[in-house]
Ligand binder design. Sequence first.
Ligand SMILES: [Mn+2]
Length: 276
Amino acid sequence: MPTYAIGDIHGCLDQLLGLLRSAELTDEAGHWTARDSHLWFLGDFTDRGPDGMGVIDLVMRLEQEAVFEGGFVGALLGNHDVILQEVYHFGNHDVPSFGQVGKKVGFIDMWMKNGGKMSDLERLTPERVSWLLNLPALARVGNTLLMHADNTFYLNYGSSIQEVNQNIHAILTEHDMDTIDKLEDQFAKRLEFVTAEFAQRVNIADFEGGFARAQKMLETFGGTKIVHGHTPIFRLLDRSPIEVTEAWEYQNGLCVNLDHCLYAGGEGFVYEIEDG
Ligand SMILES: [Mn+2]
């Protein structure tokens, strides 16, 4: 069956509904019409854009509707999905990792600086929090390894997809502030798979070994290709968001970035996973 993936949504409900409709995955009213197709979301459902809770509700509903039609909708955990859980549980408590570098910043302030919307927090119900904490961090579809971040921190949480997902789920469930904060601190890092040329464009000096890091991820978790979101393509290509209309393949096709950056004006795209 056809299998698709969509990058970071960040509260852009209207753009997401438009994308799903034009890819014929849903009808005009946003109901699943793609029968037995599979669709994966790569995380970061809220913040920056206006309606994160609307996005979560839509994805939760599509999960149900797709199963009913013999299809499948899955969603991965993004770093913003972890921040939201921190804000929900720890509120204005100081962020421990900021304290270590001599800064006093509360979870809510940190989140709002990263695009957090009070209107989302006000609507964050226990059901939605429960959905967020159950999201897997990694998934594999055929030979395609799916993850939110272009980042090797997943290796610190296990040596198989199942182990990483279980360990991260346990951390989110246990609500230990330091452990969750450490997870989030690592999760936010990016650009670990790019070539030195692109690393230089975004001012990361002496950045070698992106190919080897991507290979290490594939050797550990399986697959021949990494598909991720998290790092806006337009920034890497030095274009405006609206000029980004397709996935960006790099490292000779070993890695694919799907971050269309809808909140900055990108029109977005739906990516088809070839060996799904
Ligand atoms: Mn992210």
